[in-house]
Design a protein. Structure first.
Length: 325
């Protein structure tokens, strides 16, 4: 009888521990195994570059690997869907960028609602896009490019990193405001577009600053301007496109989200880690090298930014009159 009671009490203690202590203990020990970070674009592009910089820091900080996994295609929607359908345990994260805000209104048949089906984790940085053209294209300013398009109707194409990206919508906004004719040629990431842009098979790309700046500094492309409303702090030598095209603006954001239902304790651990990272002078310098401005935020603040960006891009999609089935 005593043995039975002792066994019963032991079982009750174990059950009580599972009910009251297991989740916090698990969260407190997070991560205990590698974390998968899904990226919606190809390796070598601007999103991938920043993700790998941050993943390296997080891996060293936690003593567990943060593994960048590229799931390119459909303007980042393949990666978003994969993340949303993953277990909400903190071991699958999603790199969030403007494409996630744009897709909500651009794509008419998404199998998910991004804001409803994800939870915001952390903001990493903000950045501008840069308007770049082949060195062989006979233009050196935004106005000269506009004049070239109007003198060559139907002969100018613009590349993008996929439907629904800020690279795509920056060009559509440019078209709408300047009334120039350009044909859209989407690629599976901006790095895939570079060979055709450099060889003048396509004539312009409004790329995220990190990869655009690398090509401009390397002398393979010419930078005409940045898409922020004013000159960008890290590259003040380049004019804002808005100096020639009033009202033109496209400022992007990079951050982290997780599947809905991810424990708030884990979200808080990740958010605090990113906050520490963005105070690390070495990491900040690496982000500055690719044109990024660190923007730490709480999960609530980052969620509001994503919601605000979703509404902003909805208006741009409607203004430009574009959609993807």
């Amino acid at each position: 009888m005593f043995s039975f009671l002792r066994a019963t009490m032991f079982s009750l203690v174990c059950l009580t521990g599972l009910a009251t202590g297991a989740a916090p203990s698990s969260a407190a020990d997070y991560p205990t195994r590698p974390v998968k970070w899904l990226i919606g674009f190809t390796a070598g592009g601007p999103v991938d570059t920043v993700a790998r910089i941050m993943a390296q820091w997080l891996s060293e900080h936690f003593g567990q690997q943060f593994v960048v996994e590229n799931r390119a295609g459909s303007g980042g929607n393949i990666a978003a869907a994969a993340a949303i359908n993953s277990p909400p345990d903190g071991y699958t994260l999603l790199f969030v960028a403007p494409n996630n805000a744009i897709s909500t209104s651009l794509y008419k048949k998404l199998p998910y609602d991004f804001i409803r089906d994800t939870v915001p984790v952390a903001s990493i940085m903000q950045l501008t896009n840069m308007m770049v053209v082949p060195m062989s294209l006979p233009v050196k300013t935004v106005q000269e490019f506009i004049d070239y398009c109007k003198a060559n109707p139907g002969k100018v194409s613009y590349a993008s990193s996929g439907n629904g990206t800020s690279v795509h919508m920056s060009a559509e906004l440019f078209k709408a405001l300047t009334k120039v004719e350009m044909t859209h040629v989407p690629y599976r990431g901006s790095s895939a577009a570079m060979p055709d842009l450099i060889s003048n098979k396509v004539q312009v790309l409004f790329d995220n600053l990190p990869s655009a700046l690398e090509q401009v500094r390397g002398g393979t492309l010419r930078g005409l301007g940045v898409t922020s409303p004013k000159r960008w702090p890290s590259v003040p030598e380049f004019p804002a496109v808005a100096e020639t095209v009033p009202g033109f603006e496209s400022v992007g954001f990079y951050g982290i989200s997780a599947p809905k239902g991810t424990p708030p304790e884990i979200i808080e651990i990740l958010n605090k880690a990113v906050d520490v990272a963005l105070k690390d002078p070495k990491l900040v310098a690496r982000l500055a090298d690719v044109g990024g401005v660190p923007k730490p935020m709480s999960p609530v603040e980052f969620g509001k930014l994503v919601a605000d960006e979703t509404e902003k891009w909805r208006k741009v999609v409607e203004f430009a009159g574009v959609s993807v089935d």
